[in-house]
Design a protein around this ligand. Structure first.
Ligand code: SF4
Length: 367
């Protein structure tokens, strides 16, 4: 499967908890960014991917892709169309924020994008203010309604574990999501990242265990099966692009700070817009970091990625790719955990719902 990621490095404002590579757009930034994307795409075509390669999944993330102006979006789509063709039934996802997503975007993406992933985060106005988001809960609902009415596959991101939040408050956000009925719901715990404004505050972060457990109990009862640690979907609405990440599949990332993983080589692009533009001006590429994992660490990394998913590790596939010795090592570590956390049989190993709640500990043992 050929998978492509494009990173849009702009946001309307910077949320105080966010450590992603994004910044508030300055005049002239869009033009610089698009020229650099064109340069990188042209340079990597025929090197990292074939000149006429068909793309099966394309994911435009960020940052905030809906913060790009309409002319910039039209140019970006032109660059992508000139550079790649999409395979039949390709999945094309665009991330959007409720404050900037407009009917114009949905019209512009019609016939090209198939999914819109909406960063609602919460349906509580107090929580949205605390998170520094520019939208309110009504705008979050409207954005999701608009995507669904326009016929897009729709996903919503929700955040749990906010200071002072109770399971009851979290249940209310989930209830609002059910009312709107997107095909896909992703849930994330608020974490405090170094260097962010939240890191300078003395928040006592909640242990999100009870809220996560509640979501694991409630979402499947509403038809949303958990197919990954943070991802729940109605049948047939899973993200193929993300499933490829967790299958340790190859992908190419274009844009500032984008990662690529192809042919056993993992690379990362320069993180800031200016550095990205400078490097692509010179050589077309912007790689600042590169690694080739040795077979052992590569096997462990693939195991951890697979264990994020409900499918888990398929041992035949795993042995075929990483060999019997490394498969045996991973299996031995997993056998230390009781059956209520890890289910292993001849064919596969996967974390149970209880195992997913303590996934970090299990992954820690594998590393
Ligand atoms: S909108 Fe998203 S990417 Fe942008 S600052 Fe907020 S959390 Fe970060």
């Amino acid at each position: 499967m050929s998978c492509l990621y494009i990173h849009i490095p702009f946001c309307e404002s910077k949320c105080p908890y966010c450590a992603f590579a994004s910044a508030v757009k300055q005049p002239g930034d869009e033009g610089k960014f698009l020229r650099a994307v064109w340069a990188e795409t042209s340079a990597r075509r025929g090197v990292d991917f074939g000149p006429l390669e068909r793309i099966d999944t394309l994911y435009v993330g960020g940052g905030t892709p809906s913060a790009l102006s309409s002319p910039a979006w039209l140019r970006l789509m032109e660059i992508l169309r000139d550079s790649f063709s999409l395979s039949d039934g390709a999945e094309v996802t665009v991330e959007a924020n409720p404050g900037s997503l407009s009917a114009d975007h949905l019209e512009m993406w019609r016939g090209w994008a198939t999914r819109v992933s909406v960063g609602a985060q919460s349906f509580d106005d107090g929580e949205l203010r605390f998170l520094g988001r520019l939208h309110n809960s009504a705008q979050a609902s409207d954005a999701l309604d608009m995507c669904l009415s326009a016929g897009y596959e729709t996903s919503v991101d929700l955040m749990f574990g906010l200071p002072g939040r109770t399971v009851r408050g979290w249940a209310e956000s989930l209830r609002r999501a059910f009312e709107i009925a997107p095909g896909h719901i992703s849930i994330y715990q608020l974490t405090i990242e170094d260097g962010t404004p939240f890191a300078r505050e003395n928040f006592v972060l909640q242990d999100g265990y009870a809220q996560y457990r509640y979501a694991q109990w409630l979402l499947p009862r509403r038809g949303y099966g958990q197919y990954e640690v943070a991802s729940f979907a109605l049948p047939g609405h899973e993200s193929r692009h993300n499933l490829n990440y967790w299958a340790d599949g190859d992908y190419i990332g274009i844009g500032p700070s984008a990662w690529s993983n192809a042919g056993g080589r993992r690379t990362k692009n320069a993180p800031g817009l200016d550095a990205y533009v400078r490097m692509t001006d010179k050589s077309g590429t912007a790689t600042v970091y590169e690694e080739r994992l040795d077979p052992g660490p590569a096997a462990k990394q693939a195991a951890i990625l697979a264990l994020r998913t409900k499918r888990g590790i398929d041992w035949r596939e795993f042995e075929g790719r990483h060999g019997k010795i490394f498969a045996g090592e991973v299996k031995k570590e997993l056998e230390k955990f009781p059956a209520n956390l890890v289910v292993t049989d001849e064919r596969s190993s996967a974390l149970t719902p209880a195992g997913l709640r303590v996934a970090n500990k299990i992954w820690g043992e594998i590393i």
